[in-house]
Design a protein around this ligand. Structure first.
Ligand code: GLU
Length: 427
């Protein structure tokens, strides 16, 4: 018999106040740019947002009513773009912040997209494969008419992957009656996904971290590196940094952490993770917790987990030379000046982790043209686009004597405000 049960996620912890961080960063950029009151009023709030509640039948016959969100922050420069996350702590405020950050990220790297984000408040690890597919397909159905190749194009984020995108693409295609590859990016390569998309965010983290290390006089070859998070972003970043000669001394993931001062092997950790569900306890490693990892004396600290990891409470403990923000919003605004005083250089999230959306843009272009590029072509173009943004941020940072986060936000916000302004008022 089918019974209605309370959703699994009602006891979720409050999302980490990402919206306060996003608004503070925006206000700082708006002040720097002397942005008009009109532009501020438009850009401070999302253009559109939806909350959907939908039932899903679980394997044991119970029905759970789940909650999902899609927020389109701004579409002045093109269709909205941004991932979908499945996480127990996701709520509307977190999704609003992430959508705003996507607007700035797309503008900073100059791809013709606005910003959006989606999420379902659910722990994907607690779902069976059938339940996961049912949640995804039903959420995709709720997004019908809201997303599309010319409207808003989702992609993977925390707790989702290429398979999730394949199910969304299939669901929307079944409804359309024909295949719509451009409705999502980050699809499997066999289904119109782009070569290089799976590693793209991690590759961008590696490229930008290498540049920031070089600016600090440190060669990535031989640099000591700690990585928080071993998911899509952290694993790829760790592997690519390791290939460049970086020495991975500590990595944490959701199940624990591993350390080895002589260096960890990311391929072995990935195999161990596949077998056991966590990197914790991998042979030849010592355990390490998150707090200790964040305070390690390393050349490079890669933050590739969630927002709000370095705050005013722990920023003064940081001993890394460079922080690469593979995650969105991992350092809160009150922590920024503390890190700056310590001489820590931060590669801001909207630059550091933009490799994902850059290659998502390439995937969308390839889908619209029904023409696939080679992995080398994707990697070359990714490097060119992200280095252009890096150079622009560095030039503004130097010329105005401001930090990289403010420089990145100032470039992005001014581009979006300009597009908004040129379009004029309707009606
Ligand atoms: N979720 C990723 C991000 O935060 C990728 C978004 C996309 O490819 O659209 O940037």
């Amino acid at each position: 018999m089918t019974t209605i049960d309370v959703p699994r996620a009602t006891s979720r912890p409050k999302a980490l106040n990402a919206i306060e961080s996003a608004l503070e960063q925006f206000d700082r950029a708006a002040d720097h740019l002397h942005l008009s009151d009109e532009s501020r009023a438009i850009l401070r709030v999302p253009k559109r947002e939806w909350t959907v509640n939908f039932p899903v039948t679980m394997d044991d016959g119970r029905v759970e009513v789940l909650t999902g969100y899609r927020v389109q922050h701004n579409m002045a420069r093109g269709p909205a773009k941004g991932g979908i996350r499945f996480h127990p702590a996701t709520d509307i405020e977190e999704v609003r912040a992430l959508a705003m950050w996507m607007t700035w990220k797309c503008a900073l790297v100059n791809v013709p997209f606005g910003g959006a984000k989606g999420g379902v408040t659910v722990d994907p690890r607690a779902l069976s494969p059938r339940e996961l597919q049912a949640v995804t397909r039903r959420f995709a159905t709720e997004l019908q008419g809201i997303i599309g190749p010319e409207i808003d194009i989702p992609a993977p984020d925390v707790g989702t992957n290429a398979q999730t995108m394949a199910w969304i693409m299939d669901t929307l295609s079944m409804h359309a009656g024909y295949t719509v590859p451009g409705v999502v990016t980050g699809k499997p390569v066999g289904l119109g996904g782009s070569e290089g998309r799976a590693d793209a965010t991690g590759m961008g983290v590696m490229f930008t971290a290498e540049r920031a290390l070089a600016e600090a006089g440190i060669d990535i070859n031989g640099a000591t590196v700690a990585v928080q998070g071993f998911g899509n972003v952290g694993e790829a970043a760790a592997r690519l940094i390791h290939e460049r000669g970086g020495r991975l001394v500590a990595i944490t993931d959701i199940g624990g952490g591993v350390a080895n001062p002589d260096g960890l092997n990311p391929a072995q950790l990935k195999a161990f993770l596949k077998e056991t569900g966590s990197i914790a306890g991998a042979p030849g490693t010592q355990p390490i917790d998150n707090e200790t990892l964040l305070a390690l004396d390393v050349d490079l600290l890669v933050l590739a987990a969630l927002e709000g990891q370095i705050t005013s409470a722990n920023a003064h403990q940081v001993r890394a030379r460079v922080i690469a923000e593979g995650a969105n919003g991992p350092v809160t605004p009150p922590a920024d000046p503390i890190l700056a005083d310590l001489g820590v250089v931060t590669v801001p999230d909207i630059l550091c982790n933009s490799g994902g959306v850059i290659v998502s843009y390439f995937e969308w272009v390839q889908n619209l043209q029904s023409f696939a590029w080679s992995a080398d072509e994707v990697a070359d173009r990714l490097q060119r686009v992200i280095f252009t943004a890096y150079d622009e941020v560095a030039a503004l940072r130097e010329s105005k004597g401001i930090d990289a986060r403010l420089a990145a936000h100032a470039i992005a916000v001014s581009r979006v405000a300009e597009a908004q302004q040129i379009r004029g008022r309707y009606p």
